[in-house]
Design a protein around this ligand. Structure first.
Ligand SMILES: Nc1ncnc2c1ncn2[C@@H]1O[C@H](COP(=O)(O)OP(=O)(O)OP(=O)(O)O)[C@@H](O)[C@H]1O
Ligand SMILES: [Mg+2]
Length: 259
């Protein structure tokens, strides 16, 4: 996780300053360093999804600024923003937004194929992309599902496929809104395990969750209430076997927050 990445881990990747969105977000500020995995928690309607979409440039804030690696997102042209979303950011959602007319492999390939079309240089062949997608599928423990339709896999498998899709363009940061929200307990634990793995390998992750078990796998938790960050919990470096202890700590903190 964070501290295993050396010098790069100290670099600021994301800066959010005084973000407002209509009456929903009220001057939200925070930063993330490269290699962090941060959870946003808070009651339903507190603005978590709105925060994620405004930080990720999928929605326009009414006030405030967001920088990715020192580059202000609002200053970018529409084309540059599209490139940013396609090339440097990955997204995973609770409603998985898979295309029903494509099989699992083609769904995973979709963003990479799109990116390839607009790339002027360093284009990859379909065979190269397919090879990368199959490797990712193996890593995410769904090696044999390439030809299945999206109705022929379980919820947990489909969410793993969504994570593969989000990782195809090797994003600098992965945004996830309730990625385990539609899954049962064991599927949620399995999917969260994959996020932890990706984070350990260097992907920075900002995720929204209602699940304290999921949040306790992160290295920091922000608590959003009525559109403002009203609490922050930093967790120690995660040792294997410490999950229960971390979860207890998170649950105590959430009770203090009025969860
Ligand atoms: N497009 C929109 N236009 C107007 N109001 C919106 C819009 N999207 C969300 N809201 C409102 O903004 C508030 C925050 O919504 P948001 O979806 O960000 O909450 P949330 O914390 O993600 O909730 P949940 O945990 O239920 O997903 C809610 O009161 C919601 O009704
Ligand atoms: Mg939400």
């Amino acid at each position: 996780m964070l501290y295993e990445k050396g010098i790069e881990a100290m670099a600021e990747l994301l800066r959010v300053e005084n973000l407002c969105k209509n009456q929903i977000l009220d001057h939200v500020s925070f930063t993330m360093e490269s290699g962090e995995m941060v959870a946003v928690m808070g009651p339903s309607g507190s603005g978590k999804s709105t925060l994620l979409y405004n930080v990720a440039g999928m929605d326009c804030p009414s006030e405030g600024k967001v920088w990715l690696k020192g580059q202000e997102i609002a200053g970018l042209s529409e084309d540059e923003k599209a490139d940013l979303r396609l090339n440097r950011m990955g997204f995973v959602f609770q409603q998985m937004n898979m295309m029903s007319n494509l099989n699992i492999l083609d769904n995973i390939l979709l963003p990479a194929v799109q990116l390839n079309k607009i790339m002027k240089r360093n284009r990859k062949s379909k065979a190269e992309l397919t090879n990368e997608a199959l490797k990712l599928m193996e890593k995410l423990s769904i090696p044999n599902l390439a030809d299945r339709s999206i109705t022929q896999v379980s919820g947990g498998q489909l969410q793993r496929a969504c994570i593969c899709r989000s990782m195809m363009n090797r994003p600098e940061i992965l945004f996830a809104d309730e990625p385990t929200g539609a899954l049962n307990k064991s599927a949620a634990a399995g999917v969260m395990e994959e996020f932890v793995k990706l984070n350990r390998e260097g992907t920075t992750i900002l995720l929204v969750t209602h699940d304290s078990k999921v949040a306790s796998r992160c290295n920091r938790i922000l608590y959003l209430l009525d559109g403002s960050i009203c609490g922050e919990l930093k967790l120690d470096r995660m040792e294997d076997g410490m999950e229960r202890k971390r979860e207890e700590k998170v649950n105590r903190w959430l009770m203090d927050m009025g969860w």
